[in-house]
Design a protein around this ligand. Sequence first.
Ligand SMILES: Nc1ncnc2c1ncn2[C@@H]1O[C@H](COP(=O)(O)OP(=O)(O)OP(=O)(O)O)[C@@H](O)[C@H]1O
Ligand SMILES: [Mg+2]
Length: 283
Amino acid sequence: MVYKIIKLKNVNFRYATSPILNLVNINLEINEGEFIGVMGESGSGKSTLIYLLNGLVPHFFKGDFEGSVEVLSNNTLDYEIQDFADKVGFLFQNPDFQIFSPDVESEIVFGLENLAIPKKEMSTRLNIILEEIGITELINRDTTALSGGQKQLVSLASILIMKPQILVLDEPTSYLDPIYSNRIFNILKKIHQSGTTIILVSHNAEILGELAERIIVLDKGQIIGNDKPNMIFSNIEFLNKYKLIPPPITKLFLDLKKRIDFDFEIPVKFSDGISILSDIICR
Ligand SMILES: Nc1ncnc2c1ncn2[C@@H]1O[C@H](COP(=O)(O)OP(=O)(O)OP(=O)(O)O)[C@@H](O)[C@H]1O
Ligand SMILES: [Mg+2]
């Protein structure tokens, strides 16, 4: 049987200063190794939902909390946020929330130092991660003098170097140019293939279409969609209702379908779209 690495049961949450519930009756189970995309309009509760996964809600963000959140079979109410630090790698939407060391190197190795990892291994892991993300030249920089995108990359390095079992990322490419976004995309793909559970909040349907196995859609703090990407992205009424934009390849096929009759599944991955088009052309 597949291990449910995350279990949310009947969760309601209202921030202390909010007049209304910000998460409403959330029920969600995530399998170990699954890649979950989280979408929804601004203010729909995406960040709040993922704050449940390392105990930020309700330990740091206070308010009225009901229900149960189990991560790696531990109820988050029974633990502190730092107990999840090495197990749940968490990348904040705003990189300024994440960085607190004066220089890049100490920021990236901070978590490993806390785990008392031997110096030699720390240095090996550091070099690998710097090379992989492509930020070797930032190693001696002051963290205060980094751009938003550089902060995002350094924060990501500080999380990935810990090799967490669960990776939770809130818009990790929002400040990045297409080259770096693509690099992060490939890193996430590789980490997922190695068995890590990934929860990725993103407005980028193209990335979610390529990577996610399941997409959760939020509206006003409620889960209103929980399905495979091709089911979510080919439902035009649903997309319009919740103001979601599908991946470009899906949009192309949805538009084609209005003009010609075909019976194949609407693709969400670029390579699948190309295969279908080749078949049609070569028929
Ligand atoms: N610290 C807070 N105190 C009070 N209300 C908050 C707080 N943080 C968020 N909210 C409210 O909770 C709701 C959900 O916010 P959240 O940040 O989770 O949305 P989001 O889907 O992540 O949006 P975005 O796409 O803009 O990042 C919003 O109505 C927001 O105003
Ligand atoms: Mg958010």
